[in-house]
Design a protein around this ligand. Structure first.
Ligand code: ATP
Length: 587
């Protein structure tokens, strides 16, 4: 099906790997390669300096016995300062590169999500998507800005220490070379188990994030249903799942570190005992023994950060796959090379069928002609397809059969922004965006609108008094989710937001619950006073104002079964008559 194909990602390799991670970083995060390489080089310099400091200490200790250490002290101080400068700058540059790359990746992801087609949002959970933008990109940030450079430094330190130890004493080095593989045998498998655990923690944290978004946004529903207990227990189960994995992680880490320390201490002990014997027999200087010990530590300590890189990469590969899931999903085709549109004059549905799923038709053989200036009410039972019908006009979905023409040309031939600029859409779920009242009313408006015009429109929907009561007028912050604005006010603000765009078609999915009778009447009156050339389609749920509409479309199970004014339908359409009477009786 054309609509749903837009939501599926391109076929992807079966198993995600490091190459995919590199591709994602280089193509979407575009790290500042020059700065990154400079950071790595400086980090290399810093590590070499640390290794040299140890070598100089050896010479210093040996020279000290001969009372010849002044010059060495100066050299040592210079190298220490150099080491400090190099490590400070490399740490800054690598972190900066990480911050910069992850910011680009986040922006790319953000922009991509904004541009995804409506069907994608039908199939994906909000919390999961937001977790990808925030958490998965953080994992990549950690890798670029610290884990990668730590591992590179560690590797340089290991190789450099090894070479210098070999130069100092072969036999002592052999002892170290026996101990290191023993450590590796412990670190590597434990590292793999840790990787699995932290993958599970990541997944469960994303689930918690998703559940938290729902719990917060649906809080009213939860309270209304007295479902707090259930929600708390669901949340606690989720938190405990993370706790379980985290405790396993802590146990492993608590176990791993002391074991590694004991092995390290054993190595130091053996070196001191054996090295002491060598010093006594004059086969080794005290300085060399001290230096050797320091190199042993400089070689063994970074082992976990080097092997940890494998774990970090594995984790990040998981994050890469989830981010790619989004980035591989094609964005909505905005048809920017399509035809422009100055106004919507005619709309023709010709044998239009549509279904969200291939085998479940929602709209069936819709035939409908709408002309400029008509005021239409669309009614019918819940689920009969009213919202779906107007969604096709917005080009959120494409018909699966038949043709939908605007001004005599297929709707798909128009550039999407040009088409939507001509439509003022007020959905049933009216959400206000974070920002001021003015920001909300002008959201995406293609035309410049003065404050006077906004005030005039607010007056027309009965919001003058309310506006006057706001401390900052149009500059008032409406709150994160518009919570300090009532449902009815929100609906009317949304109508103003639709009207400021100066559309030629107004689509109003009337809120069933938000408007009381008085406010509903105001909205209906407003619609009656709209410019004569503005076409309006109002999805009407309550029929107490229905007589005000010159044309009423009645939908049943995806079909339009009634088309006429109130009197005609009342006389000729049995289902309409039942519907009207039933609803009217209940007010
Ligand atoms: N995004 C979607 N994905 C899959 N099915 C959907 C989707 N939106 C709606 N449907 C289904 O399509 C049918 C028509 O839904 P639609 O929202 O168009 O009805 P409606 O007449 O506007 O209902 P209401 O008056 O309750 O708003 C319903 O069976 C609904 O479950």
């Amino acid at each position: 099906m054309t609509t749903n194909s837009a939501t599926s990602a391109k076929p992807r390799p079966k198993k995600y790997g490091t190459r995919d991670l590199l591709r994602l970083i280089t193509t979407n995060a575009e790290p500042k390669k020059g700065l990154f390489i400079l950071g790595i080089l400086l980090s290399f310099v810093a590590t070499i300096c640390s290794l040299s400091i140890t070598l100089m200490l050896k010479e210093f200790i040996d020279a000290f016995n001969h009372g010849n250490s002044g010059q060495l002290l100066v050299k040592l101080s210079i190298v220490i300062v150099l080491q400090l400068l190099a490590s400070v700058s490399s740490s800054f540059l690598l972190s900066y590169t990480g911050v910069d790359a992850v910011s680009k990746l986040r922006s790319t992801l953000w922009d991509h999500i904004v541009d995804l087609p409506i069907p994608y949002f039908d199939h994906n959970r909000t919390g999961e998507l937001s977790s990808r933008v925030v958490n998965d990109t953080s994992t990549i940030f950690e890798l670029i800005s610290s884990q990668f450079s730590n591992a590179i430094n560690g590797l340089i330190s290991i190789i450099g220490s090894l070479i210098l130890m070999l130069m100092l004493n072969l036999k002592l080095t052999i002892i170290i070379l026996i101990i290191v593989p023993i450590m590796a045998v412990i670190i590597i498998p434990m590292g793999q188990v840790l990787a699995r655990i932290s993958k599970a923690i990541q997944k469960e944290t994303a689930n918690l994030n998703s559940a938290a978004v729902q719990m917060i946004s649906q809080n009213r529903l939860v309270k209304a249903m007295v479902a707090e207990k259930r929600l708390k227990s669901q949340g606690n189960d989720q938190v405990n799942r993370i706790k379980g994995f985290s405790i396993s992680q802590i146990k492993l880490i608590s176990f791993l570190n002391p074991i590694l320390n004991i092995i390290l201490l054993a190595a130091i002990f053996i070196i001191i005992v054996y090295g002491g014997i060598l010093v006594q027999t004059n086969a080794l200087t005290i300085g060399s023994l001290v230096a050797f010990l320091m190199y042993a530590v400089q070689m063994i300590s970074p082992l976990s950060s080097v092997t940890g890189l494998v774990t970090a990469v594995q984790q990040t590969v998981g994050a890469t796959e989830r981010i790619d899931d989004i980035l591989d999903t094609p964005v909505e085709d905005k048809r920017l090379d399509g035809v422009g549109l100055d106004s919507i004059d005619t709309i023709n549905f010709d044998h239009v069928d549509f279904g969200y799923e291939a085998d479940q038709p929602v709209l069936k053989d819709i035939n409908l002609d709408i002309h400029r200036g008509e005021r239409i009410a669309l009614i019918g039972e819940s689920g009969s397809g009213k919202t779906t019908l107007v969604s096709l006009l917005e080009s959120y979905y494409a018909p699966t059969a038949g043709t939908l023409d605007v001004n005599g040309a297929p709707v798909a031939s128009y550039a999407v922004p040009a088409l939507r600029d001509q439509i003022g859409y007020v959905s049933q779920e009216v959400d206000l965006m974070p920002g001021t009242m003015r920001d909300n009313l002008l959201l995406g408006s293609p035309v410049a609108v003065t404050d006077d015009r906004l005030v005039e429109l607010l007056g027309q929907v009965g919001l003058s008094d309310w506006l006057a009561s706001l401390s900052d007028g149009l500059d008032t912050d409406v709150g994160e989710r518009g919570l300090n604005v009532s449902g009815g006010q929100r609906q009317r603000l949304a109508i103003v937001r639709a009207l400021v765009r100066e559309p030629s078609l107004l689509i109003l999915d009337e809120a069933t619950a938000s408007l009381d009778n008085q406010n509903q009447e105001k909205v209906t009156q407003l619609l009656a006073t709209l410019p004569a050339n503005l076409t309006s389609i109002t999805i009407v749920h309550r029929l107490n104002q229905i007589e005000a509409y010159p044309r009423i479309l009645f939908m049943e199970d995806g079909e339009i079964t009634g088309d006429g004014d109130h009197a005609t339908l009342l006389a000729s359409h049995a289902r309409y008559r039942d519907f009207y009477r039933l609803q009217y009786q209940h007010g």
